[in-house]
Every structure is written in structure tokens, then in C-alpha cells.
Design a protein around this ligand. Structure first.
Ligand code: 6PG
Length: 244
């Protein structure tokens, strides 16, 4: 990855603020050019502060929420009100605080007893919004970075169907001993813009591997390389301190 793709900022709050700036700019550009903005939210904890910023002035009033379609890049197989739900985190931090039409919220139904059914349902939902022809191309796709190099719910050593038509997969992740729903690499790499949000000392090794390599096919985050899109890594100083 070129250094130009990496932006190091002092703190986790600065990651959130820089991320909110990117979301606002991407939303305004997409609505200006195409009349809508499609975004895939990341789960985990890091994005919470970014979502909270988007819900408040000045960001909240500068995004056309009625033209915004919200998806998730992954979800845990839990009910939507479960503390581990990525949907719940985004709903509390953002969705309940902005005038986003309910029809624009595309939730992965992690509560379904058969995860594969939830994955199939989401593949269909993507086709409804993006069309059946090509891969869904998000205007903006947010991702986190796990300590061991996972992103979305693509984990090292966890096989995911290679078929590009399988845009959403259900995977059992031994590391967390749970089923997860995740967008697959073809979708991540079809996005117009991908932003990694990385904060904290615990991410030093994963960030170093993401930025410097060595390249390994078993490091999902390293395999995020948008085919025709912009890739940005927003990292705080704590996560980036191991970089040269
Ligand atoms: C999830 C995420 C996952 C997350 C990373 C980083 O469902 O957990 O999508 O990929 O982004 O694990 O999580 P933190 O931001 O909490 O460190």
C-alpha cells in the first residue's frame, strides 16, 4: 500500500472526525452526481464515535439522509437488540438520531436460526438496491481491523466462498465461536471508496501488516484492494506507532 493511502491522526477521536469528514464529502458528492448515497457501515467499537458525530451538527444536517441507503459490511448472528449487534450499535449512535427513512436501513438479519438464509436474503437485498447485473458498488464502505488482521467478518483461516456471485456469506468463526454474516471480498473491492478505521495500540501489528506486509493471502484485510476505487486507512498514533 502506498504511504499516500495512510492518514495518521493523533487520537481515536481524530479518527472519528476524519472519518465523518470523509462520509460527509462522499455523501454530498454521490447525491450531487447520482441522486443517492450508498454506504456500508462497519461493526465493532471503533466506528461508534464516528456514527455519533454524523448524527450531530454540523455533519447531521449536511447529509441528505432521505437519499442515503445504509447497509452493514458484516453482522453477528444475534438479535438486533443484542449488545453484540452491529445494527444495534449503529442504531443507538446514529440511525435513531437522523431522519433516515426506515426503508433505507438494510439490516442483516442475524437473528435468523439459519445463517445461510440470512446471507441469501441479504444477497437479494443488495440486488434490489444495486441491480442484478454487476457487483454492488458502494459509494463508501467502512471497515475495521481486527488485531489478527480480520476485517468485516473475514477472518484468517476461515474459508469464504470464492464465487464472486456470493456477495454475502455466513461463516462460522472458531476464534469467537460464533456464526457471522459478512460481505465478501469481491463486494469490498468493488466499492468506489473504502476506509479502514484503526485505533489503539492493540492494532499495531495488524496495521503494520496491512501497510507494510509481507503480503499473505491469509490476511483478509490485506486483500482489500478496491479494483477501481480509493482506499484510505485512518489510524491514530497509538496504532501507527510501530510503523517506520
Ligand atoms: C465486527 C467488525 C469487525 C471489527 C473489527 C475491529 O463485527 O466486529 O466488523 O471487523 O471492525 O473487529 O473492531 P473494533 O473496532 O471493536 O476494534
Amino acid at each position: 500500500m502506498t504511504a499516500a493511502d495512510l492518514r495518521v491522526v493523533p487520537s481515536a477521536d481524530d479518527v472519528a472526525r476524519a472519518g465523518a469528514d470523509i462520509v460527509r464529502a462522499a455523501a454530498q458528492e454521490a447525491v450531487r452526481r447520482r441522486g443517492r448515497f450508498t454506504i456500508a457501515l462497519s461493526g465493532g467499537n471503533t466506528p461508534r464515535a464516528l456514527y455519533a458525530l454524523l448524527a450531530a451538527p454540523p455533519f447531521g444536517g449536511e447529509i441528505d439522509w432521505a437519499a442515503t441507503q445504509v447497509f452493514w459490511s458484516d453482522e453477528r448472528c444475534v438479535p438486533p437488540d443484542h449488545p453484540d449487534s452491529n445494527y444495534r450499535m449503529a442504531r443507538e449512535a446514529l440511525l435513531d438520531r437522523v431522519p433516515l427513512p426506515a426503508a433505507n436501513v438494510h439490516r442483516l438479519r442475524g437473528e435468523l436460526p439459519v445463517p445461510q438464509q440470512a446471507a441469501q436474503e441479504y444477497r437479494t437485498e443488495l440486488q434490489v438496491v444495486f441491480g442484478k447485473t454487476a457487483l454492488p458498488r458502494f459509494d463508501l464502505l467502512l471497515l475495521g481491523l481486527g488485531e489478527e488482521g480480520h476485517t468485516a467478518s473475514l477472518f484468517p483461516g476461515v474459508p469464504v466462498p470464492a464465487d464472486p456471485n456470493i456477495t454475502v456469506a455466513a461463516v462460522f468463526v472458531p476464534k469467537v465461536n460464533t456464526w457471522r454474516l459478512t460481505m465478501t471480498l469481491p463486494v469490498l473491492n468493488a466499492a468506489a471508496q473504502v476506509v479502514f478505521l484503526v485505533a489503539g495500540e492493540a492494532k499495531q501489528a495488524a496495521l503494520r501488516a496491512l501497510i507494510q506486509g509481507p503480503r499473505s493471502l491469509d490476511l483478509p484485510a490485506q486483500r482489500v484492494r478496491p479494483t477501481d476505487g480509493v482506499l484510505t486507512v485512518l489510524a491514530d498514533q497509538a496504532a501507527a506507532s510501530a510503523l517506520p
